[in-house]
Design a protein around this ligand. Structure first.
Ligand SMILES: N[C@@H]1[C@@H](O)[C@H](O)[C@@H](COP(=O)(O)O)O[C@@H]1O
Length: 245
């Protein structure tokens, strides 16, 4: 069946199952290139990866990472930044060399150059082996909002009021209205994609993304065309998936 769909009991189970997939990938290929996401959804996965590193010796010394996105116009030290989020919630707890960690630079002067540099860095690393993805309540992936071109590469994106509101609920007031994000094409180039979602609030958009038409109004719907898609959702987010299960 495509995609591979795993329905977890709850958030903890989802996080564990996702971490096992990531760990398997790293054990199989210690030089794995991971694509990483921010938001609430992957926090449990990151906690579990830290545990696997600390208690079971999962080795990140040769792993490379590329984050999906970063806010535009704030520095990497800013607590609202995804640099800060990633450092606090994952990187500082692992044995990953700083030089192996990549996020778009939201403080870059020359945006076009920064976007080109980011694409080139992914290419030079050999491409993304496994991309971790969440989904926005409007179906966005990374910060590719509804209407984004399927052929988009890393670019400056304007966030919708809905996305700003969602992210302010998590990250506090004053979220920038723009971000640098991998494009849809950048994401689709990954070898494998691990799409995660939990909770009732994601049930509707997950069903539209996986069962609805492939349409730019739901950016995540393009994932139906990815041959290496693995979806892990909890029971609540799976509520409307019906026949897919
Ligand atoms: N740019 C991120 C996305 O990568 C993320 O998937 C989405 C969902 O976030 P959450 O996991 O908090 O629901 O929010 C943000 O906008």
């Amino acid at each position: 069946m495509h995609p591979e769909l795993i329905i977890a009991e709850d958030y903890q189970d989802l996080s564990r199952k996702a971490a096992l997939r990531v760990a398997e990938q790293i054990k199989k290929k210690p030089t794995t290139v991971l694509g990483l996401a921010t938001g609430k959804t992957p926090l449990g996965l990151y906690r579990e990866l830290i545990r696997l590193h600390q208690e079971e010796g999962l080795d990140f010394s040769r792993v490379k990472t590329f984050n999906l996105d970063e806010y535009y116009g704030i520095s990497s030290e800013d607590k609202r930044s995804f640099h800060y989020y990633m450092w606090e919630n994952l990187f500082k707890h692992l044995n990953i060399p700083r030089g192996n960690i990549h996020l778009p630079d939201g403080g870059a002067q020359d945006i076009e150059e920064e976007c080109r540099r980011y694409e080139e860095a992914i290419r030079e690393a050999g491409g993304i082996d496994l991309q971790v993805l969440g989904i926005g309540s409007n179906g966005h992936i990374g910060f590719n909002e509804p209407g984004t071109e399927w052929g988009s590469l890393t670019h400056l994106a304007q966030l919708t009021p809905e996305t700003i509101k969602d992210n302010e609920e998590e990250g506090g007031e004053g979220i920038p209205g723009f971000a640098l994000t991998m494009g849809i094409k950048t994401i689709m180039r990954a070898n494998r994609i691990l799409l995660l979602a939990y909770g009732e609030s994601k049930a509707n958009i997950i069903a539209r993304a996986l069962k609805g038409p492939v349409d730019k109004s739901v950016p995540a719907s393009i994932l139906q065309l990815h041959p290496g898609l693995v979806v892990i959702v909890d029971k609540e987010a799976a509520k409307f998936l019906g026949s897919l299960t």
